[in-house]
Design a protein around this ligand. Structure first.
Ligand code: F0G
Length: 435
């Protein structure tokens, strides 16, 4: 991307072996462990202040008719820190990122959090944070000249993969979904974008196993977050939030955890920024799960002595219905480094938190609500303090889960706002309004 950049490469988290970023297998060729991308960002020779200044100038620049979409992307604003070796002309961008950071004042007051912000990743092009990793993953696949790309998904990764692949002539997206365990809205995204869409009679973990095998026996590029190129794009959630706070580092990032890619990505990005002197302090990380799908929480409770997996049960937070998080080792490392905490919330807690956020005008999904409910729980326990600056990452838009919201309001739950059906008369309407 610039001539002074040191080339990025993979390194195995388990055995330390290096591998080329152009290898198409997502695991370590030596031991099968998880890989991660490493780049010598110091080779750019910029100080922390110089990096901040560069990113501020890019954010302030107004796009012209001639500028390519990536120039307004909140991912590629940080391009040297995402994929320094990717030629700009090969970037596939809609553009994504540059999502809003909402000050949740009234919402925070209700939860006892005086400095709550919600980073609304549902404002991405396919309505979830997955677009950040996918712009990196699909751009890299195009750079490598690959035709077939695949993922297993609880609905959002597949929507993003399908929509990004649709922009690349000749690229074919193949998505494996747990049949009847994702929402119709998410399913429609993959179908409409033209992906080969396969519903398997299993859960997400079953789909993940099969897609991993598939990409070993056929020349198909895996674009789950097991492919750490995707992690590089997802790092930018943390970058953007901090830039939006005028470079004030929050006390907490609170994130819902499913396959554990996102919390790993946010942690990796923050670690890199600490090393480069862009940040002067460490935030803490809160990883939150639903009770029905809580393997990472259970592992945390053992002090990470055990890596617990389970069969994930039914939850309204269906995008994080995962029993064996692939990125567990990376997420564990970040929780340790950032003095993190893992908590879990009940269905009632997550549904009520989602309803509360929406009532305050924040159209967040049930998975995002897991993080919000978790932040409230950590506040109640005194782990998060009242005046802590807290960024809750809302990972997808409420409208991907419209059925869940409709059911909530039919259910008699605490914040239910039921539809009232009336005869078509003015009197009936006046009667319903009262005085
Ligand atoms: N929130 C939403 C809306 C998600 O779609 C996901 C993951 C997560 C949170 C959890 O992120 O897996 O990185 O810990 N969805 C994946 C998918 C699994 O297939 O769409 P994670």
């Amino acid at each position: 991307m610039t001539s002074s950049a040191a080339a990025a490469s993979f390194r195995c988290l388990a055995c330390g072996a290096p591998a080329s970023l152009s290898q198409t297998a997502s695991d370590c060729p030596a031991c099968g462990g998880l890989l991660e991308v490493q780049a010598d960002l110091r080779a750019f020779g910029r100080s922390g202040a110089e990096w901040r200044d560069l990113f501020d100038r890019r954010r302030a620049a107004l796009p012209s008719e001639a500028s390519p979409p990536f120039q307004s992307s909140g991912v590629w604003r940080f391009r040297e820190h995402v994929l320094p070796d990717l030629p700009e002309r090969e970037i596939v961008s809609k553009p994504e990122g540059a999502t809003r950071l909402y000050p949740g004042r009234a919402l925070g007051d209700e939860l006892g959090l005086s400095r709550l912000f919600v980073k609304h990743e549902g404002e991405n092009p396919t309505l979830s944070f997955k677009d950040r990793g996918m712009t990196a993953g699909v751009s890299w696949a195009r750079h490598l000249g690959l035709r077939d790309v695949a993922c297993a998904s609880t609905g959002d990764t597949s929507a993003a993969l399908a929509a990004y692949a649709a922009e690349v002539p000749g690229m074919r997206a193949i998505v494996l979904l747990p049949h009847a365990k994702i929402t119709d809205e998410q399913l429609s995204q993959a179908l409409h974008s033209g992906a080969v869409t396969l519903g398997l009679d299993t859960d997400f973990d079953g789909c993940m196993r099969i897609v991993t095998e598939l990409t070993r026996v056929r020349p198909i590029y895996l674009l789950n977050s097991r492919n750490s190129v995707r992690i590089e794009g997802q790092k930018t959630i943390g970058f953007e939030a901090i830039q939006d706070l005028g470079w004030e580092v929050p006390d907490w990032f609170v994130v819902p955890v499913g396959n554990a890619g996102n919390i790993s990505a946010i942690g990796k990005g923050l670690r890199e920024w600490l090393e480069l002197g862009i940040l002067g302090k460490k935030p803490r990380l809160g990883g939150i799960q639903a009770e029905a799908a809580d393997p990472f929480y259970r592992s945390f409770e053992t002090g990470f002595r055990e890596r617990i997996t389970r069969v994930a049960g039914d939850t309204a937070a269906s995008a994080i219905r995962i029993g064996a998080p692939v990125s567990h080792p990376k997420a564990e490392r970040e929780i340790r480094f950032f003095d993190g905490v893992v908590a879990r919330v009940s269905e009632e807690e997550l549904l009520d938190a989602g309803a509360l956020a929406n009532r305050h005008g924040l159209a967040i999904c049930p998975n995002s609500a897991v993080a919000l409910a978790g932040a409230a729980k950590l506040r109640e326990r005194g782990v998060i303090r009242k005046d802590d600056l807290v960024v809750v990452v809302a990972t997808a838009h409420a409208l991907k889960f419209a059925g869940t919201a409709a059911a909530y309001h039919r259910s008699g739950a605490r914040l239910a706002n039921p539809l009232r059906r009336l005869p078509a008369t003015l009197d009936a309407v006046l009667g319903a309004l009262g005085t």
